[in-house]
Design a binder for this molecule. Sequence first.
Ligand code: SAH
Length: 347
Amino acid sequence: MSKRNIKDLGLKELEEILNSWGHQRFHAKQIHSWIYVKGAVSFDAMSDLALDLRERLKESFSFFELELAEIVESSDGTKKFLFKLKDNNLIEAVTIPAERRITGCISSQVGCKYACCFCASGMLGFKRNLTASEIIEEVLYLKYNLKDERISHIVFMGTGEPLDNYDNLLKAIRIINAKDGIGIGARRITISTCGIIPGIKRLAGEDLQVELSISLHAASDKIRSQLVPLNKQYPLKSLISACKEYIRKTNRQITFEYVLINDLNSDLQNARNLSTILKDLKLAKVNLIPANPIKELKIEPPEKSEILKFKDYLVEEGVNVTLRKPRGSDIEASCGQLRLRYGEKQS
Ligand code: SAH
């Protein structure tokens, strides 16, 4: 039987286990500190633990299972990491440096069920949820393998749908956020969803001040169902009303991601629809993202002038809007593409 990864245990669970072994509970905090604060690479490194405890831990748990398969670096500093999991599945994570921050873009599943028409992540279908330890290891890898750089922000915008893997995601986020864990502030952690309404409702009830992004991408059911098939299950009206409820309950802003795709959702009629449906949301922001071209999906961004027209219209309507600068375009920045290529090379 394969060993359990120590990072799948919360502090309390670890304390219980140590207690049942006849060791003091407080060693659990020491172990967490070695793993998350000091970035230990093995149980052997935990020099303030008795040797017999270290041996017992080694026998009982696995330590670090993520293996780096490939790194690709963009001329703008964006780096893509391809990781191999214990069962040989592949996942991607990305680091995106900006002025005073480095954002780690983290995957939450192997593949994706939701098959949005502009996204490479779903092209190989869905394989499985990531465990909490696998999610945490992505973050730890990025945190401790970037020389002097430090990950300051985390976005769950890698492969997969985070709210479809709710329990493991929240378990991982609590460790990523904890002061005696990885210590990244909740407001610097963003969960992005294509619109899983039950997950949005559940999140609104958590005692966690994480940021929420909704991958909206269209403001009419006709176009959104074409881009994000999940819209057929959770149409715009119910999605927007769940967002309204989330804002009312948490008093937190929601960011709406909108990928601008040529000939699909980028003309002024779409901008009009967008400003209309966001009008009665009190705390909302729109982030426009010119589509990264994906040749397999025939996806192209609109002309620069059309992008600016779309943005200017929203500004005039009083919508809080930003335009994301394309990053890593020379390394096929869209999630899923590296894994896709790697899969092709292997077969
Ligand atoms: N499933 C979640 C988490 C993945 S985030 C969700 O849908 O929110 C996926 C994000 O990747 C999307 O919001 C979009 O911002 C981005 N994305 C995917 N394909 C893209 C493309 N071709 N061009 C630009 N952004 C893309």
